[in-house]
Design a protein around this ligand. Sequence first.
Ligand code: FES
Length: 110
Amino acid sequence: MRWLDVIASEELQSGQILTVEREVGDVVVWRTESGRAVACDARCPHQWAHLGTAGAIDGDEIVCLSHFWRFDQEGTGSKLSANGRRDEKSPVDTFEIRERDGRLEIAVPD
Ligand code: FES
């Protein structure tokens, strides 16, 4: 595993989603409303909507606005019913991420 530079940390504000194209494919980096940086595959596992354009941050989750599947910081998928029940959905792949010297880096396989 090695660390891959993706973006300056200050370029990613809370509640923001940015797409980065890297050798591992399209990745979205996003920051929860509480300030934690997260990186995951850009494609929603439901019908492949691009989370960089069809995604929104809701609290500590990213929501795919195509059909409202949501993913937490570990990539666990779910969907909320009208009465608030949380149903399990397929996960999205995530990348380990760190902030170092003002940059965000993701862990990728060698
Ligand atoms: S494509 Fe993302 S929820 Fe359907």
